[in-house]
Design a protein around this ligand. Structure first.
Ligand code: NAP
Length: 339
């Protein structure tokens, strides 16, 4: 998906220049790209988005928690990286956000802390007031809906999280919406389903013969789990940037096919067996672990509706079902057992 331009001229105001901007490199007051994104939390989604936007000529900055990762992302990817750790926050990082036209917040709420950046809300507000930021997107989760008895839920369905993580997520959504609105920014909340993509999928779990985490095994008990391929999250973010006049603030970002975890693993096993016949028998231990589900009812049942994502943002999903998503992941895999 080609990305629209915000405007024909530089979006930067004088004095608001990022560390690695063209000004630094050339001494000219012109900034090469008018678009510059700040990604708070350069994790799985953040990195995929950063790579995608950089290819389209955007300036990209982001945060991570370790010096090693910071160095790697700077040297190998050419991103402008900053350290930000909720437990030892370098608040100077917050000030850097004002040098960007767009921002995505991808850091999850931390139990006992809440949203790490919103802990410094007044500082954020002061830093962003009068800066270059125009558009802000907070990456949330469908966990905010809680248990809906298997009903289809759109963005207007009442939120009712029962677990701490869902409650903190809802508080973070409200906090970022409030902050963005008070600064006059186009502010969006994206409620993401279970994220998968190359390197993080049922196919990868089978191939790496990993055992499932407690949360993953709990999800195995669910009739419906909504998912989204990382490429479709990037598509949705780009569509939202282009449709900055859209009035809706909250979007569900999920595919068309809420399905039980076991069905996804069954399909992943089928794909692995088809591509590398005979290898699958080695992963029988992992198969048992997938089947061992927990019935403590902590994870809520719901089918999350993506109509607004399609109709208002105009996104045509690359992977409407886990089937095409997993197929594309295995198609890109080359000799995964070599190491
Ligand atoms: N995984 C899912 O299925 C799922 C579903 C719905 C919503 N979400 C949410 O969607 C967002 C993007 O997901 P993702 O899979 O890309 O997440 P991810 O890979 O776990 O990345 C999270 C990012 O937050 C940073 N971070 C974590 N703890 C932090 C702390 N204490 N202080 C500062 N930064 C911290 C991480 O830093 P480092 O880079 O240094 O590790 C990383 O850059 C996250 O908020 C996630 O919780 C995830």
């Amino acid at each position: 998906m080609e990305l629209c331009r915000i405007s024909g001229q530089s979006a930067f105001k004088s004095g608001h220049l990022p560390r690695n901007s063209a000004t630094r490199m050339t001494g000219s007051p012109e900034v090469k790209s008018p678009n510059r994104i700040f990604i708070a939390g350069m994790g799985f989604v953040g990195k995929a988005l950063a790579i995608d936007l950089k290819k389209q000529g955007w300036g990209v900055s982001g945060t991570c928690t370790s010096i090693t990762k910071k160095k790697k992302l700077e040297e190998e990817m050419g991103f402008d990286m900053y350290l930000f750790d909720a437990y030892e926050p370098d608040v100077a990082t917050i000030d850097v956000m004002k040098f960007h036209t767009h921002a995505v917040v991808s850091i999850p709420p931390i139990p006992g802390v809440g949203d790490p950046m919103l802990q410094h809300e007044q500082l954020l507000k002061k830093a962003l007031l009068g800066g270059n930021l125009q558009w802000l997107c907070y990456l949330s989760s469908t966990s905010v809906y809680g248990d809906c008895g298997g009903a289809w839920v759109d963005e207007d369905y009442p939120t009712n999280p029962t677990r701490e993580v869902g409650k903190l997520r809802l508080a973070a959504e409200k906090g970022w919406l409030h902050l963005g609105q008070s600064l006059g920014l186009s502010t969006k909340v994206f409620r993401l389903g279970g994220i998968y993509g190359p390197g993080r999928s049922a196919v990868d779990t089978i191939i790496k013969q990993e055992t499932l985490s407690k949360t993953q095994r709990m999800r195995g008990d669910k009739q419906f789990t909504s998912r989204i391929h990382v490429e479709d999250i990037c598509q949705a973010i780009k569509a939202s940037i282009c449709a900055s006049s859209s009035k809706r603030e909250i979007y569900n970002i999920v595919d068309d096919d809420p399905a039980p975890r076991e069905a996804v693993f069954e399909y992943a096993r089928y794909l692995v067996d088809k591509k590398w016949p005979g290898w699958i028998k080695h992963s029988s231990k992992q198969r048992e672990s997938t089947a061992t589900v927990m019935k403590d009812g902590l994870l809520g049942e719901k089918r999350v509706c993506n109509a607004h994502l399609k109709n208002e943002l105009g996104v045509r999903l690359l992977h409407p079902s886990y089937r095409s998503g997993l197929q594309s992941i295995i198609d890109q895999m080359d000799k995964p057992f070599a190491t």
